[in-house]
Design a protein around this ligand. Structure first.
Ligand SMILES: [Zn+2]
Length: 299
C-alpha cells in the first residue's frame, strides 16, 4: 500500500490538482506491484501517455487505470472526484449536494449523483460483528424539520443502531420498533456471545440477552440515564450527530435515501481515528460497483 500521512485540504490540492497526478495515484493503488493487463494478467505493457491508456504487449488489449471502475465514463475530471471524496469523508456532519455543487463547481444534479455514488461505495459490506459491551437504541428521523413550514409532512422513519463501546457503530432504517425487528437487527450485527447489551426499557428488547450475554436496561422513564456502566449515552451521541447533520447539512432527507446517509455516517464514524481515511475511501471507490476485486486487479 501507499505510504501516506494524514492529509489536509491544502495538501490534497497540492498533490491532486491535475489528471495525471490522480491517475498515478489510482494506478499505484490498483496495481501495487505494477500494471497488469486486465484481460490476460500480463505484466509487460506499453504506456500510451496521450490517451491515458495502457496496451498489453501480449494480447494487445487497451485499457486505462479507470477501466471497470466507478470513475470510468464520467465527464467529471478525476481531481473533482478526489475533492468530493475528501470533502465527504472529512466533514463531520456531512456535505449537502448544494454545498458540493458550489465547492467543486458542477450542476446540482451532478453533485447529487456524485455524492450518492460515493456514499454507495463507502457502504460497509463485510462489517465485523460488534462485540464486548454493546449499546443498542432506536430513534425517529423526519417529521418536523427545522426551516420547513408547518405544512411540511415528512413521515417519521425508524432508525436502529448499535455501538460497541469505544468501537464501531452500525445503523439501519427499519420498518418498526417491534420485537422481531429489533431482535433481528441485533442478531445480524452483534456477536452472539457478546458480553453485554445495554438498551433503554422499551419492552421489545426483552429477551435479547442469554446465558453468555447479559442484557440490562436503563429506565429513562424514571429519569435514570446511567446505572454505573449501564447506559446508552454513546449511541445517543450518534443520534445527535445524525440529527445535526440532517438539519445542518441536508435539511431534509427522504426516507428512501436515509439508509445511504447512514452508510456515510457509519463510514466516517468508524474511521474517526484512521489517519488513512481518505486513502481507504479511495480504495473502496476503486472496487465499488459490485465489481469482483480479482477481476478489477486483473488476477
Ligand atoms: Zn493482455
Amino acid at each position: 500500500m501507499l505510504k501516506e500521512q494524514e492529509i489536509n485540504l491544502v495538501e490534497l490540492i497540492d498533490r491532486f490538482h491535475d489528471e495525471d497526478r490522480c491517475r498515478a495515484y489510482l494506478e499505484k493503488m490498483r496495481w501495487p506491484d505494477g500494471v497488469k493487463c486486465l484481460r490476460c494478467g500480463e505484466k509487460s505493457i506499453s504506456r500510451r501517455k496521450q490517451r491515458h491508456q495502457f496496451q498489453c504487449n501480449s494480447c494487445r488489449y487497451d485499457f486505462s487505470v479507470t477501466a471497470g471502475t466507478i470513475f470510468h465514463d464520467t465527464h467529471l475530471p478525476l481531481w473533482k472526484w478526489f475533492l468530493a471524496v475528501y470533502l465527504i469523508v472529512e466533514a463531520k456532519k456531512g456535505v449537502s449536494a448544494n454545498q458540493l455543487k458550489r465547492t467543486i463547481g458542477t450542476t446540482y444534479k451532478t453533485a447529487w449523483y456524485l455524492s450518492h455514488r460515493i456514499r454507495a461505495a463507502l457502504k460497509e459490506v463485510d462489517a465485523q460483528l460488534l462485540k464486548g459491551i454493546v449499546e443498542a437504541d432506536k430513534t425517529f428521523v423526519g417529521g418536523k424539520v427545522e426551516g420547513e413550514g408547518r405544512g411540511y409532512k415528512g413521515n417519521k422513519t425508524v432508525v436502529v443502531g448499535a455501538m460497541q463501546r469505544g468501537g464501531n457503530i452500525c445503523l439501519q432504517v427499519v420498518r418498526g420498533t417491534d420485537r422481531e425487528t429489533l431482535h433481528g437487527f441485533i442478531r445480524q450485527n452483534v456477536a452472539g456471545d457478546t458480553e453485554a447489551i445495554y438498551t433503554d426499557e422499551w419492552p421489545a428488547y426483552l429477551g435479547i440477552g442469554d446465558e453468555d450475554t447479559k442484557h440490562e436496561a436503563v429506565k429513562h422513564r424514571d429519569k435514570e440515564w446511567a446505572r454505573g456502566e449501564v447506559h446508552t449515552n454513546s449511541i445517543e451521541n450518534v443520534w445527535s450527530l445524525l440529527k445535526r447533520s440532517i438539519i445542518g447539512s441536508y435539511h431534509q432527507v427522504s426516507a428512501k435515501h436515509l439508509d445511504a446517509y447512514l452508510d456515510e455516517l457509519e463510514f466516517r464514524f468508524n474511521n474517526r481515528e484512521n489517519p488513512h481515511m481518505f486513502r481507504d475511501a479511495m480504495c473502496k471507490l476503486l472496487v465499488a460497483n459490485n465489481l469482483p476485486y480479482a477481476k478489477l486487479i486483473g488476477s
